[in-house]
Ligand binder design. Structure first.
Ligand SMILES: *Cc1c(COP(=O)(O)O)cnc(C)c1O
Length: 344
């Protein structure tokens, strides 16, 4: 019998479980643009509660959550400070420029994490020539940083500095759930340090689609208008919200398993020749490593032929992501295949 492909490209490939599908099939729905979808309203209230914010807004994607946030915090011609490898800058199609009309001032972080001094050095005095810097964005966990978790004290230092200089603060928390599990701090302990937070239901949590944006009630009202303007006003979206609600209740605690699986893969890879990886940098569900002897693209092809899918995220960089659809047995087998490829 052909063995199943173990897909470690991303936690976005997770499929709704049978229990989640049952919740979705029986969800009570209405027209959410009229504010009349009870399941969306429930999800927004529950998300706001988990994040300790006054209100939340359900949106189709994480990109839309972030870009609505940027638009709602700024006006065209403003500047935002963002780390050079941040999803907002790296993977969102130039949307800060295209949709909000802002320019990005890039900060250089270590695995996506920067300091209050880095932010300070990017700020300029008020001057007719300079675009006003309105917003700083952080990402936790940091995707291109390899799922790195921001230390709470460092977030605090950066957001206090931002506030002192009149900047608003946004957290791209697509994987905030992972940061919470890995650090032992509840999501709201991170969220309270920011004016706004985006979270994603369709990655490790396994819902088929959807993200949310949270903040204070008046600001979420403003964001709601931009959601409509960006084409994100959905009608009977309760079908999707029901999947997200199920995920919040059933798939957050289990992220610890994904983290343990990532550790197991990292420990085995770190011993392979031609692999540069420090297992101590694997904090959540991602393993990013350098391949020193062969191009990443070729290695990824070889792995796929043997039954493991991985993602080349650079000419010599490969990413593996553990998630809901990958069992402990799969991890054992994936580890065997990785070792085989790298030791050959
Ligand atoms: C995946 C991701 C997003 C949003 O992605 P969508 O595909 O638009 O839902 C945002 N931020 C980070 C850090 C992500 O990893």
């Amino acid at each position: 019998m052909a063995q199943k492909i173990i897909d470690l490209r991303s936690d976005t490939i997770t499929l709704p479980t049978p229990a989640m599908r049952r919740c979705m099939a029986s969800a009570e729905v209405g027209d959410d643009v009229f504010g009349e979808d009870p399941t969306v309203n429930l999800l927004e209230a529950r998300t706001a509660e988990i994040l300790g914010k006054e209100a939340a807004l359900f949106v189709p994607s994480g990109t839309m959550a972030n870009q609505i946030a940027i638009r709602a915090h700024t006006e065209p011609g403003d500047e935002i400070a963002v780390e050079a490898n941040a999803h907002i800058y790296y993977y969102e199609c130039g949307s800060p420029a295209a949709l909000a009309g802002v320019q990005c001032r890039l900060l250089n972080g270590q695995r996506g994490i920067f300091s209050a001094e880095d932010l300070l050095s990017a700020l300029r005095p008020a001057n007719l020539h300079f675009p006003p810097t309105r917003l700083v964005c952080l990402e936790n966990t940091h995707n291109r940083g390899g799922g790195s978790v921001w230390p709470m004290a460092q977030i605090s230092a950066v957001t206090q500095t931002a506030r002192r200089h009149g900047l608003r603060t946004h957290l791209d928390g697509a994987r905030l759930w992972n940061a919470a599990i890995a650090s032992g701090n509840p999501e709201k302990a991170f969220a309270r340090l920011f004016d706004s937070v985006s979270v994603c239901f369709s990655k490790g949590l396994g819902a088929p689609a959807g993200s949310a944006l949270a903040g204070d009630a008046a600001w979420i009202q403003r964001a709601r208008r931009f959601r409509k303007q960006f084409g994100g006003g959905m009608r009977q979206a309760g079908i999707l919200a029901a999947g997200a609600l199920h995920a919040l209740d059933h798939h957050r605690e289990r992220l610890a398993e994904d983290h343990a699986h990532a550790q197991q893969l990292a420990a085995r890879l770190a011993n392979c020749p031609g692999v540069e990886l420090n297992p101590a940098t694997v904090e959540t569900n991602m393993v990013i490593f350098r391949c020193l002897q062969r191009p990443a693209a070729g290695l990824v092809e070889r792995l796929q032929a043997l039954g493991v899918r991985a993602l080349a995220i650079g000419p010599d960089q490969i990413r593996l992501v553990t998630h809901l659809m990958v069992s402990s047995r799969d991890i054992q087998r994936a580890g065997d295949i990785l070792v085989r490829v790298f030791k050959s």
